[in-house]
Design a binder for this molecule. Structure first.
Ligand SMILES: Cc1cc2nc3c(=O)[nH]c(=O)nc-3n(C[C@H](O)[C@H](O)[C@H](O)COP(=O)(O)OP(=O)(O)OC[C@H]3O[C@@H](n4cnc5c(N)ncnc54)[C@H](O)[C@@H]3O)c2cc1C
Length: 393
């Protein structure tokens, strides 16, 4: 008699775990060689994860930001660079879904992303401006049906591997630095001349080299809403929440390694719990705080989606900034503490308790839009905004 065929679990969580299994096998090599995690990205495409956020009407699955954050945290436990690439791609998709759904070019492009599992990258950072997302030096030139753009983009993650790049610029040559648009450029519409090499302490697999970006494309590819609107209503929240989910994933894996270490030590001396067990309990508490912070942020985002006034409010912006600051700082405390628990076996590479990659990757969190910039932005809002202090919304 034939054995019954096992059905494959097609839930997002199961698909994310299958990708995580692939990316975890290559994580150390990706880190050591600073190379693009192609096996993980191929696995994401095979599981059709790249288009999950796109509405079903355009060929996707209409996944919510919370569901996507859950995938980010699963991937973050395996390989932070692959997880961050997935998160950055989804942040770009969120701009299309939220601000391109009424434009025919962008609708067709969403269908292509879903059908071909296209990978999107981002060029917001510019030489001379740094991480000040809401200012550009470069300006897009529109000449009838055609637009042209040249940008000295000091960081474009996986720029060489992407199928399209979403680029910010001033809206025209006389526009103020904050009067910006975002444009989708397809791989065959731009050239990249490398200006910086991404040889970094952590997040080495994101391959975030710098490039002189030059492009020409139909003007219809400019998103039909000002970038100010895109940043405030989708991009900042999506960035802070999905990045935080990736960072939470890194901390979860560090915790799991420390817990395995403490359990092994406890087995060696039954009846006398190892001193590090107390530290593990402390880390469990801190991990729960990061999780609660991210989940509260996601709930607040899902709530704001049905109350659009909230989405553009100062209270919402302050809350999203606070999620980013707290998670980017707390994960460093957590991973540092897990390193103390695992001792030299955590410090060494190539042990089941190694934490060097986690710690190095986690150090990028405070810089990914500098926490100083975010705090400066929050402090300006707090001059006029009353902090939301109600426990239940
Ligand atoms: C893993 C990773 C991947 C990335 N991928 C991309 C990508 O794909 N595309 C992209 O466009 N960018 C990307 N970035 C860039 C990133 O998001 C930031 O924009 C960039 O790292 C900021 O660079 P910076 O620290 O030199 O600049 P700045 O933000 O200018 O900070 C430099 C220094 O100036 C201080 N500072 C400057 N202005 C202020 C202010 N107003 N208030 C307070 N302090 C201030 C900061 O504290 C800091 O000390 C990536 C970064 C990382 C780490």
């Amino acid at each position: 008699m034939n054995a019954p065929l096992k059905s494959i679990d097609t839930s997002l969580n199961a698909r994310a775990h299958r990708v995580a299994a692939v990316s975890s096998r290559h994580a150390d090599q990706v880190d050591a060689e600073g190379r693009f995690p192609r096996e993980a990205i191929e696995a994401m495409k095979a599981e059709r994860l790249l288009a999950i956020q796109i509405p079903t009407a355009f060929g996707g699955e209409g996944a919510s930001l919370s569901e996507i954050a859950d995938v980010c945290s699963v991937l973050g436990q395996a390989c932070a660079s692959s997880a961050m690439i997935f998160a950055m791609h989804q942040i770009k998709v969120s701009s299309l879904v939220s601000h391109g759904a009424d434009a025919s070019w962008h609708q067709a492009f969403m269908r292509r992303i879903a059908a071909e599992q296209l990978l999107l990258a981002s060029a917001t950072t510019e030489a001379g401006i740094g991480g000040n997302l809401r200012n550009s030096i470069c300006a897009i030139e529109s000449d009838g049906e055609i637009c042209r753009l040249e940008k000295d983009a000091s960081v474009i993650s996986y720029g060489k591997e992407a199928d399209a790049i979403l680029v910010t610029s001033r809206a025209h040559k006389d526009a103020a630095p904050s009067d910006q648009v975002m444009t989708v450029f397809l791989r065959n519409q731009y050239s990249l001349e490398q200006t910086h090499v991404w040889d970094t302490m952590g997040m080495r697999g994101t391959c975030s080299d710098g490039f002189l970006f030059k492009a020409e494309a139909p003007a219809a590819q400019i998103l039909p809403h000002p970038f100010a609107e895109i940043a405030a209503q989708s991009m900042l929240a999506a960035s802070h929440l999905l990045w935080s989910a990736v960072w939470y994933g890194i901390a979860v894996d560090a915790f799991a390694r420390a817990q395995a270490f403490v359990r092994a030590a406890a087995r060696k001396s039954p009846g006398a719990p190892p001193p590090s067990a107390l530290h593990l309990a402390e880390v469990s508490n801190q991990l729960q705080m990061v999780r609660s912070n991210v989940v509260a942020g996601l709930n607040s985002y899902e709530d704001a989606l049905v109350h659009p006034d909230r989405l553009s409010s100062m209270g919402f912006a302050v809350a999203m900034n606070n999620v980013k600051i707290a998670s980017s700082e707390m994960i460093l405390t957590i991973i540092n503490r897990t390193m103390l628990i695992c001792g030299i076996l955590g410090y060494k590479n190539g042990t089941p308790y190694s934490l060097g990659r986690h710690l190095r990757d986690a150090h990028s969190a405070q810089l990914m839009i500098s926490n100083d910039r975010i705090l400066a932005n929050t402090s300006n809002m707090l001059l006029i905004h009353k902090q939301d202090t109600n426990l239940l919304g």
